[in-house]
Design a protein around this ligand. Structure first.
Ligand code: ADP
Length: 399
């Protein structure tokens, strides 16, 4: 079966068409500036010329129609008709407490996605628009919602409750949900497969280190803890997010700078993290270059980032009373061998983790990067959220 994976943002739509027979990507592309002047579709299919189309996309419905047109086009298309596409898998941010697994979309599912608009104000409305657009453009084709929050649904109560009055959980569902769930789910299972680990008992820590960064602990692929919380702000130091912080800092800055809580949260989400500390950039490559050139705060930013990752690894090893494997993934985790090496060498000797420099010199494909005498296996495994969504979609439509 061929499955279309859609990731809708408020003004963009990313897609991949995956042939599930061999899990190959038949085509992928992007619609940008939906609802804004200057909309553009970029479509790439291996073995064919890239296709670009600048045309008005007043809404997601038009964008979805253009995607199906591109996929079925005689010149740059990859299928003869939309009938060849079996189902559509949608990345959806938030399901609150109500949905705990990927699910075939029906009216009730759409209602829940809508109910969670205030938990995912930037993403959920766009995700729903994408689903509704598909229902309009290809009626009858099954739509599957794959939520970023479902990995966090297996967390035990001691991990997901915040230690605040429980009335806020009852009234508003305030708890730890965790994000990057599709990635943590995919990479933890890939770690078990690739590393030949016990599928029921393997204790795995996944470090998803990208511009947004989070870390998870899982046993047999089931989430035990994860560092992002009610929103993606909690946990690791990220490109522009502060991660963990004393909540009183919000009050202090708001009072002294005469800012609203929303404005301070905006600073913590968009102007903090590696960018805020270094004053240079949110991109790790820029910060690393500045640090090499002697910029002290750029060096501090990188060290603080690594230190926070290491502290979480330590605490998750304790949370699981042991760890069999640690896996690095996402932009920094997959590409930055120096960061991987420093985290392991500076901080993880106490659990007997040892990196192998030659194995660590890897990119683009899954690899064991620890030495043979390491007590914990360390891996680099590329994440693939689209494939994870396609696999769940296939499983559900074939069920
Ligand atoms: P997101 O999906 O959260 O936007 P990615 O997982 O794509 O993020 O990761 C983006 C980050 O990966 C950027 O901050 C970039 O600096 C970092 N990155 C990519 N390649 C390298 C590299 N070779 N060395 C260090 N950092 C890198």
């Amino acid at each position: 079966m061929k499955i279309l994976v859609l990731n809708c943002g408020s003004s963009s739509l990313k897609y991949q068409l995956i042939d599930m027979q061999d899990e190959s990507v038949l085509a992928k592309g992007l619609c940008e500036r939906i609802g804004i002047e200057g909309s553009k579709l970029t479509h790439k299919a291996p073995g064919k010329d890239d296709f670009e189309l600048e045309t008005a996309m007043p809404d997601h419905g038009v964008a979805v129609k253009l995607v199906f047109d591109a996929l079925t086009d005689a010149a740059h298309g990859v299928v003869k008709s939309v009938d060849e596409i079996g189902a559509i898998g949608h990345r959806v941010l938030h399901a609150g407490k109500k949905i705990t697994e990927s699910i075939v979309v029906n009216q009730e599912v759409k209602d829940i996605i809508r109910e969670c608009f205030d938990l995912g104000p930037l993403h959920n409305p766009a995700n729903l628009l994408g689903i509704e657009a598909c229902e309009k453009v290809v009626p009858g084709k099954p739509n599957v919602a794959v939520f970023d929050t479902t990995f966090g649904m297996t967390l035990p109560e001691k991990a997901y409750y915040y230690a605040i009055p429980t009335e806020y959980y009852e009234k508003y569902g305030i708890r730890r949900y965790g994000f990057h769930g599709t990635s943590h789910n995919f990479v933890s299972h890939e770690t078990i497969k690739f590393g030949n680990l016990d599928p029921e008992k393997a204790k795995v820590i996944v470090c998803h280190l990208g511009n947004g960064a989070s870390i998870s602990a899982s046993i047999g692929g089931k989430g035990v803890d994860t560092s992002m919380g009610l929103t993606p702000l909690e946990g690791l130091i990220m490109g522009t997010r502060s991660g963990d912080i004393d909540a009183a800092v919000v009050q202090f800055i708001a009072n002294h700078e005469k800012l609203s809580v929303d404005e301070v949260l905006n600073i913590l989400n968009k102007k903090s993290g590696v960018l805020g500390l270094s004053g240079v950039s949110s991109d790790f490559r820029d910060v690393e270059k500045a640090a090499e050139e002697g910029n002290h705060m750029a060096q501090v930013a990188l060290e603080a980032f690594q230190y926070r990752v290491a502290k979480y690894i330590g605490s998750y090893a304790a949370a699981m009373n042991g760890v069999d494997a640690i896996t690095f993934t996402a932009g920094v985790g997959e590409n930055d061998k120096a960061t991987r090496k420093e985290i392991v060498e500076k901080y993880l000797g106490f659990i007997g983790a040892k990196i192998d420099d030659e194995r660590n010199n890897v990119r683009g494909k899954a690899a064991l990067i620890s030495s043979d005498d390491s007590k914990v296996k360390i891996f680099m495994i590329p994440t693939n959220e689209e494939l994870a969504i396609a696999r769940d979609t296939l499983r559900l439509v074939e069920a």
